[in-house]
Design a protein around this ligand. Structure first.
Ligand SMILES: Nc1nc2c(ncn2[C@@H]2O[C@H](COP(=O)(O)OP(=O)(O)OP(=O)(O)O)[C@@H](O)[C@H]2O)c(=O)[nH]1
Length: 395
């Protein structure tokens, strides 16, 4: 048989489990998670206070528990804002919480009215849940699997609808209490549903946290930390995908390998840290110079590759030469000095039935030729007519 005491006991257990799961993720420093952990801690304490309340001090227990639930709901909302990179604290919202607290004191001690208190609290919870639902929907990252974000949006929305219904039921007198958690069927139903919203929401928040962790791991596995270019393996995987799409759509695809000239000298003269900074600067120049559809990967050390989509080798060589001009004209700032560098590049195009390995080998041979020809130039890979030097400048 469902009773308020039994239901609150179940809610306490579910909140403790939620706290344990949030606690296990605290070290990952996911934005908002510490607030969610604290929120569920406060809700747990509030429920324990309600469970243990005695008749003589019922008002104080109810008042204290309500205040904790109020702050808990606020922390859940603030945690979500933090998770989505929004400023967590809103002055107007804090003022609203203050007003609700004043209302609680008034309807508990000055003019006791349990229905008014429940209505006010329900509407406040509805607001907090609605704000979470809207945020999870509005700020969900579209490049991520949508499941966890929509789960949070839907469960928070369902919670908001439930709280509005509960508030209206008390406001209109449809549901009525003379003592806290009167065991009438309607009150029990409201209590059971209200309690259900808590684990649903915490499961959703844990899903969000896991998605953030997965995103971090994927980023670590695919993006080169120093330069922001794709790591070799991820670049190759991306090229294979685009190659399959280009074959199907009969679109041209070209590949360039770029190698910074005399980079060892930069390290030797200015130190490894400046070398790192120069590499990052170099890739940022490339990223700004390529088209939105092109892809940059770091093949290793100071060697990079760019895949040009819908471009033949002449067009790709022209684009690489533009990059070469930009790079030579934009030294990397390093303290009081500026590190000038240039690169050499080899370019080739995917032919019918070509593999990435074959094109990489031909572009690499062209790069070798560019180095041999004095560096700071772009060479198009061997064709039946021989090498084609697109541009060359003195070293
Ligand atoms: N700072 C820094 N240096 C790196 C990194 N990866 C590779 N290097 C350095 O890049 C240099 C590459 O040197 P080399 O292969 O001799 O080529 P180079 O001096 O650029 O000469 P050419 O390619 O022949 O023009 C080495 O000194 C590597 O230590 C990195 O992540 N950071």
């Amino acid at each position: 048989m469902l009773s308020p005491v039994g239901l609150i006991g179940i809610a306490i257990l579910s909140c403790v489990i939620s706290m344990a799961v949030f606690g296990s993720l605290l070290k990952a420093a996911i934005p908002g998670l510490a607030r969610w952990f604290t929120a569920y801690g406060l809700v747990t304490v509030a429920l324990v206070v309600l469970e243990l309340r005695g008749h003589e001090r019922e008002n104080f227990a109810a008042m204290g528990a309500s205040a904790l639930l109020l702050i808990g709901a606020l922390l859940m909302l603030q945690g979500c804002r933090q998770f989505f990179g929004r400023p967590p604290v809103h002055g107007l919202e804090l003022a609203g919480v203050g007003a609700v607290l004043v209302g609680l004191v008034y309807w508990t001690f000055v003019a006791p009215n349990l229905s008014a208190r429940v209505t006010m609290m329900s509407l406040y919870f509805a607001y907090a849940r609605l704000a979470i639902a809207w945020m999870a929907y509005r700020y969900r990252p579209l490049h991520r699997p949508q499941y966890s974000y929509l789960f949070v949006a839907i469960t928070a929305l369902a919670g908001a609808i439930f709280h509005v219904a509960r508030g209206l039921a008390y406001f209109t007198g449809l549901s009525h209490q003379t003592v806290f958690f009167e065991p009438s069927p309607l009150n029990i139903a409201f209590l059971a549903l209200g309690i259900l919203t808590l684990p649903f929401l915490s499961i959703g928040m844990v899903m969000l946290a896991h998605d953030r962790l997965a995103e971090r791991m994927e980023r670590l596995a695919t993006i080169d930390e120093l330069t922001g270019a794709l790591v070799r393996r991820a670049f190759i995987a991306r090229v294979e995908t685009l190659l399959a799409a280009a074959c199907a759509g009969k679109r041209k695809l070209s590949l360039a390998i770029l190698d910074i000239d005399h980079f060892k000298a930069v390290n030797d003269q200015h130190g490894h840290a400046v070398g790192d900074h120069t590499l990052a600067h170099f890739v940022s120049l490339l990223s700004q110079g390529i088209r939105r559809t092109d892809v940059i990967g770091r093949l290793g050390g100071e060697e990079f590759a760019i895949l040009f989509v819908s471009a033949g080798k002449a067009e790709a060589a022209r684009l690489v030469d533009q990059l070469r001009t930009t790079v030579t004209a934009s030294p990397a700032p390093a303290g009081s000095s500026a590190i000038a560098c240039s690169f050499s590049a080899g370019v080739d195009e995917f032919g019918d039935g070509d593999t990435l390995t074959a094109v990489l080998a031909r572009a690499d041979a062209a790069l070798y030729a560019a180095k041999a020809m004095g560096r700071n130039c772009v060479v198009v890979a061997p064709s039946p007519e021989g090498l084609s030097v697109e541009c060359m400048e003195a070293d």
